[in-house]
Design a binder for this molecule. Structure first.
Ligand code: DGY
Length: 320
């Protein structure tokens, strides 16, 4: 008999076929997010769960699923899952690292350029018919060459951002609980420093840390007060790492110059004041949204799920 699996949202069509062949699939019917009540009801007889970062897999959900063997998250971040509780119940948890590194790093650079050179603001200006000819002081922005990029979290994505940043002649400083190998630091031209020093020295600060209790509100009022008033803040990691209300304040009071955000503290809600600020670029959590990457994420999640259901050690097992 095939294992019973709940899929909370359709995967890309070409991957769906491969999953349907292997398992008895129950697919959430709606195009929108799976309502919690429905998740709780449908999980009860399943051995596998394939879910997304928008699904909160907490104790209540896990307790409803006595037969559950594996939770395969189609994302690298696993902050939506109670990992410790899953582990205590002997349930495997997997994620989709590596495959989204390059796409997310690309988007980070796009946000750096968009904020430093005011691209979105300038685009709006053209569409509103305001471009009446070249002007010496029209949309002046920040040049990247020679500026300091501070990377918070120097894992796969942080390093991929550093690689790209070198091509723009940015000087790279970074902070991570674990200092990188000296050879890698040399290869990337990256200098390790404390968080405090990073806030003080960086012209551009980019967040690439996972969301954990330790990184929740890692950047709040106190940290903004240490930054340069010309600083640009980029977040393509997880919204709650940044205190969004403190960010609004910092932008309003000129404590920093601009922000580029792909993620939000209470996603999909966005602090209303950010919506009317010209010095903020807002994206709808699309860091990994390329055809290639999303396909690879779906394939990785399915592979992990099937390995776990067969009793094998999944390739991307999350260690707690
Ligand atoms: C992730 O995978 O955690 C990203 O936020 C979405 O791809």
């Amino acid at each position: 008999m095939k294992p019973r699996v709940l899929l909370t949202h359709p995967l890309l069509p070409e991957v769906m076929d491969c999953l349907e062949k292997e398992v008895e699939l129950e697919l959430a019917t709606s195009e929108a997010l799976l309502p919690r009540e429905e998740l709780l009801a449908r999980i009860s007889d399943k051995q596998g769960l394939l879910c997304f970062l928008t699904d909160q897999i907490d104790r209540e959900v896990i307790d409803r699923a006595p037969e559950l063997k594996i939770i395969a998250n189609c994302a690298v971040g696993v902050n939506n899952i109670d990992l410790k509780y899953a582990r205590s119940r002997g349930i495997l948890v997997t994620n989709t690292p590596d495959v989204l590194t390059e796409a997310t790093a690309d988007l980070t650079l796009a946000l750096i350029l968009a904020t430093a050179r005011r691209l979105v603001e300038a685009d709006r200006f053209c569409r509103q018919g305001k471009f009446l000819g070249w002007q010496i002081d029209l949309f002046l922005g920040q040049e990247l060459t020679g500026r300091v990029l501070g990377i918070i979290g120097f894992g796969r994505i942080g390093r991929a951002v550093a690689r790209r940043a070198r091509a723009f002649n940015l000087k790279i400083i970074y902070h991570d609980p674990q200092r990188a190998d000296i050879l890698l630091e040399r290869e990337l031209g990256a200098e390790f420093c404390s968080l405090e020093e990073l806030f003080q020295r960086a012209d551009i600060i980019s967040i690439h840390a996972p969301l954990t209790p330790q990184t929740h509100h890692l950047i709040s009022r106190k940290e903004f007060s240490m930054m340069k008033n010309t600083a640009i803040l980029i977040n393509t990691a997880r919204g709650p790492i940044l205190d969004e209300k403190a960010l609004v304040e910092a932008l309003k009071n000129g404590k920093i110059q601009a922000a580029g955000l792909d993620v939000y503290e209470n996603e999909p809600s966005i602090e209303p004041e950010l919506l009317s600020m010209d010095n903020v670029v807002l994206l709808p959590h699309i860091g990994s949204a390329t055809f290639e990457t999303r396909r690879k994420m779906c394939l990785a999640a399915v592979k992990n799920l099937l390995q776990g259901l067969r009793g094998e050690r999944p390739e991307n097992l999350v260690e707690v």
